[in-house]
Design a protein around this ligand. Structure first.
Ligand code: NDP
Length: 452
């Protein structure tokens, strides 16, 4: 690495200390776009790399609320409005104790490039809070969401910034957030996506990220004349993305073997079928229990608690495909070595940056098909974009129409990413292809709009 990228990274890392995930995401993206910078020296004059890594605006606010024992609790709320060069800010909200500014800057940065790939006009943002919904009653979650929105509402809107869900923010939380937004603004508009179908949402939005990841995997496999049918699959996570990844894998005749949560994972050598998946959906979405219960219910499965070893034994199970769909940096170099040793064909990132830099390097060097999250998990924000279209024309489309559009966009992202990688001398490198294609569109819009 030399030249502008090295200089920009040094400055960015100096300006953003103590934010390792943000530095990791920027480094990964910028090192892979070097060929474009060599071709277009005017990007340096315009200091595009430095501008792209600096949020347009960051909002930090207090979120006070009262818990069930009448004690006052104080959390911190954030919205990182990263880039609006190609459209209004768009990106999810995450409620998790690990949330801090650096984590949201990483997610917002990824979101800018991802949204650019979707073919829809959306800028990038991310927000959330260090609130931990685990163990909280429904009333506590409702009071928290209402207070959070009371701090956020004036900074968002259908033409400004349109939040959605992410870790810890599912359909229940979106309902509470939207209700409070509507109450404060006195207006029913599409300022949030992931809404229920009965009140302005889109069909297939809950399924979109997981389905989209599987569609992307299908496209990658097709380049090697392979199909998804009968493939043994490792899936991590048991939240929104993992659930619908497993559902689509079952639909297509594959055999999902695992699911996990932050306490551990289950391995079911007989495969997770529709009935078992329905059990997981009820367990996670209604009863809000732990994945360990799966192994109590289904004797074919074994449960392994998390944190016993320094690598994750889920990735050491022999399989054909892997879908890391829980959280960032959950698959490292050692895990990647296990996958490669077992002859894995493809790794498709359902989560954002679940694979560490050394993990990606190892998989890529071994010739494994590797679909980076900013391309492979773009299905969620794509259908959010379609929800915005439906909101603005006040019509709702059929399930078939939305699913067809989702499938078409995932295929388009795949071919764009693949062609871009090829054009810049990196055939088969989906990381470079996604970063370059996402970056060029945003960078050129920034140049057209002057120094903003
Ligand atoms: P959910 O909250 O629905 O599920 C998250 C899952 O990951 C849960 O099983 C959770 O376990 C597990 N998890 C969370 N944090 C950790 C951790 N630190 N260590 C181990 N396991 C963890 O979130 P989503 O499914 O929506 O999101 C999953 C990933 O996909 C995230 O990276 C998100 O950014 C990304 N993504 C989501 C999109 C969406 O549309 N929802 C769109 C694009 C990307 P537990 O219940 O124990 O916390």
């Amino acid at each position: 690495m030399a030249g502008y990228v090295a200089r920009a990274l040094e400055r960015i890392e100096e300006r953003n200390p103590h934010e390792p995930e943000f530095q990791q995401a920027v480094r990964e993206a910028y090192t892979s776009i070097e060929p474009v910078l060599d071709e277009r020296p005017h990007y340096e004059e315009a200091r595009i790399l430095e501008r792209l890594a600096e949020p347009e605006r960051v909002i930090v606010f207090r979120v006070p609320w009262v818990d069930d024992s009448a004690a006052v609790q104080v959390n911190r709320g954030y919205r990182v409005q990263m880039n609006s060069a190609i459209g209004p800010y768009k990106g999810g909200l995450r409620f998790h104790p690990s949330v801090y500014l650096g984590l949201l800057k990483f997610l917002a940065f990824e979101q800018v490039l991802k949204n650019s790939l979707t073919t829809l006009p959306m800028g990038g943002a991310k927000g959330g809070s260090d609130f931990d919904p685990k163990g909280r009653s429904n009333s506590e979650v409702r009071r928290f969401c209402q207070s959070f929105m009371t701090g956020l509402w004036r900074h968002i809107g259908q033409f400004t910034d349109i939040p959605a869900g992410d870790i810890g923010v599912g359909s229940r939380e979106i309902g509470y957030l939207f209700g409070q937004y509507k109450r404060l603004t006195n207006e029913f508009s599409g300022a949030i996506t992931g809404k229920g179908f009965g009140w302005g949402g889109s069909l297939v939005r809950p399924e979109a990220t997981g389905y989209g990841a599987v569609y992307f995997a299908e496209e990658m496999l097709r380049t090697r004349s392979e199909s998804i049918e009968k493939k043994r699959c490792l899936v991590s996570g048991s939240g929104n993305v993992a659930q619908y990844t497993v559902e689509k894998l079952i639909d297509l005749g594959a055999v999902p073997l695992t699911m996990s949560d932050s306490s551990g994972f289950v391995h079911d050598p007989d495969g997770i079928d529709r009935e078992k998946l329905a059990f997981v959906l009820d367990l996670k979405n209604r009863r809000r229990g732990r994945i360990a219960e799966y192994a109590e219910r289904y004797r074919s499965a074994t449960y392994t608690p998390a944190g016993r070893t320094d690598s994750n034994p889920l990735w050491a199970i022999p399989a054909d495909l892997a879908f890391p769909s829980a959280t960032q940096n959950e698959l490292d170099g050692k895990d990647a070595a296990h996958l490669v040793g077992n002859g894995i064909l493809a790794v498709t990132e359902g989560a954002n940056m679940p694979t560490t830099a050394d993990g990606v390097h190892l998989l890529r060097t071994a010739g494994v098909l590797f679909g980076p999250g900013k391309a492979a998990n773009a299905g969620g924000v794509t259908v959010s974009g379609l929800e915005m279209v439906q909101d603005s024309v006040r019509r709702q489309w059929s399930r078939e129409r939305v699913d067809e559009e989702l499938r078409a966009v995932m295929a388009e992202i795949h071919s764009n990413v693949r062609a871009t990688a090829e054009r810049y001398g990196r055939p088969g490198d989906y990381v470079a292809g996604a970063n370059i294609a996402g970056f060029k569109k945003v960078a050129d819009a920034m140049l057209d709009e002057a120094v903003l």
